[in-house]
Ligand binder design. Structure first.
Ligand SMILES: Nc1ncnc2c1ncn2[C@@H]1O[C@H](COP(=O)(O)OP(=O)(O)OP(=O)(O)O)[C@@H](O)[C@H]1O
Length: 378
């Protein structure tokens, strides 16, 4: 049984103007996997390092199995960390690397080797125990690193971008392996990644933006309904329309569009619309829709993202299958393909937050103190 919880953690690096973590909290239940995503610099690695005990946070708590471990170094916490680079011991062979932790824990040499064989089998490297680690491919080295982390037989596994140095195909095979390992051992896992597909391997995902948790939900739910504009930007695929919500409708230069799920509070709000739920029609097509001018087109492989400007020069993006080409400068109509497609408003509200709740030593401007859920209509 192993649980991991990071509670209301703040961290500011010495000399930094702004905190890297602003009251972030994540709880991982026994046998559960939680992933952490966010833009570069959003504090993902800092969060993981605080949880691992590699970094002491400015304030907040880290609980392992319900016990506060703030004063305990990494090796005294019931967890193992695995990084993007395997960091294998080059003076030991493959089995020696995996046997390292059991040896450290007091196992006899033969017993530790047996344990290593078991974990090497699990990561499909049986028969490679006597290989020199420097002779392995990057993917094999990462498998050894995973076997070594598992052989430590600690409660929780903390993974920091574990597969990001591998190419797409190898990454996919490591994802399959992670699924197998979870089915076999059900370790408690906290994984930082910038790969949204990888994040979806977890039961739930924390979206960290500027050191704050903007959303904690399954990736399916996050894609279905990003909680904030920043989350939508991270996912991509949405266009934002600034306007006002009144009576369950969003009003802007792009017209009146219904707001999903009963409507947001009245007031200024950004409407998030999936790019593919808008289409273009010729101006003389007789179709309803808003007149716009094509500003630019950006191919993305099988699709083309077209940026359009309305009469007030505000822009929206539409995503079309490749082949539906439009030249910059052309006038078109923007037509919703499906008015029932989810589109929802997210409100921006600046609030000074509860300054008393901040740890001493923090100067946080009203904008910085904005709590993510306050800009969310959930
Ligand atoms: N040792 C350090 N000293 C000062 N600032 C740091 C240090 N490490 C990280 N930072 C800053 O803290 C913030 C969060 O960094 P962190 O590495 O946690 O982000 P991240 O989300 O993991 O980024 P990435 O996805 O690029 O790895 C960034 O602004 C970064 O520049």
């Amino acid at each position: 049984m192993s649980t991991l919880e990071v509670r209301d953690v703040w961290h500011r690096y010495p000399g930094a103007d702004t905190p890297a973590l602003r009251g972030a909290s994540v709880a991982v239940a026994d046998g559960e996997m939680v992933s952490v995503v966010g833009p570069s610099g959003s504090g993902k690695s800092t969060l993981l390092r605080v949880a691992a005990g590699l970094l002491r946070s400015t304030s907040g708590e880290v609980l392992v199995d319900g016990r506060d471990v703030a004063d305990q170094p990494t090796e005294r916490r019931d967890l193992t960390v695995m990084f993007q680079h395997p960091l294998l011991f080059e003076h030991l062979d493959v089995a020696g690397n995996v046997a390292f932790a059991p040896r450290l824990a007091g196992a006899r040499r033969r017993e530790a080797r047996r344990c290593a064989q078991r974990y090497l089998r699990l990561v499909h490297l049986e028969g490679m125990g006597s290989r020199d680690v420097t002779s392995l491919s990057g993917g094999q080295q990462q498998r050894v690193a995973l076997a070594r982390a598992l052989a430590a037989e600690r409660g929780a596994l903390l993974l920091d971008e574990p597969f990001s140095s591998l190419d797409r195909e190898l990454r996919a095979s490591m994802h399959d392996l992670l699924v197998e390992v979870r089915a076999a051992l059900a370790p408690t896992i906290l994984m930082v990644t910038h790969d949204l597909d990888e994040a979806a391997l977890a039961e739930s995902t924390v979206v960290l933006i500027d050191g704050s948790v903007h959303q904690h939900a399954s990736m399916v739910e996050i894609y279905r309904r990003p909680a904030t504009v920043a989350v939508a930007r991270l996912l991509g695929g949405f266009t934002e329309i600034a306007g006002t919500v009144r009576d369950g409708m969003h009003h802007s230069a792009w017209g009146r569009l219904p707001v999903a799920d009963g409507g947001a509070e009245d007031g200024a709000a950004v409407l998030l619309v999936r790019r593919e739920s808008l289409r273009l029609a010729a101006t003389d097509s007789g179709r309803a829709g808003l007149g716009a001018r094509v500003v630019r087109r950006r191919p993305t492989g099988t699709r083309v993202v077209v940026t359009l400007a309305g009469d007030d020069d505000s822009t929206v993006e539409v995503e079309l299958p490749v082949g539906h080409d439009v030249r910059p400068g052309t006038r078109v109509r923007v037509v919703p393909t499906d008015t029932r497609a989810p589109q929802w408003a997210v409100q921006h509200k600046d609030s000074p937050g509860n300054a008393d709740a901040l740890p001493p030593g923090f100067h946080v401007s009203p904008h910085e103190a904005r709590l993510p859920m306050e800009e969310t209509r959930s």
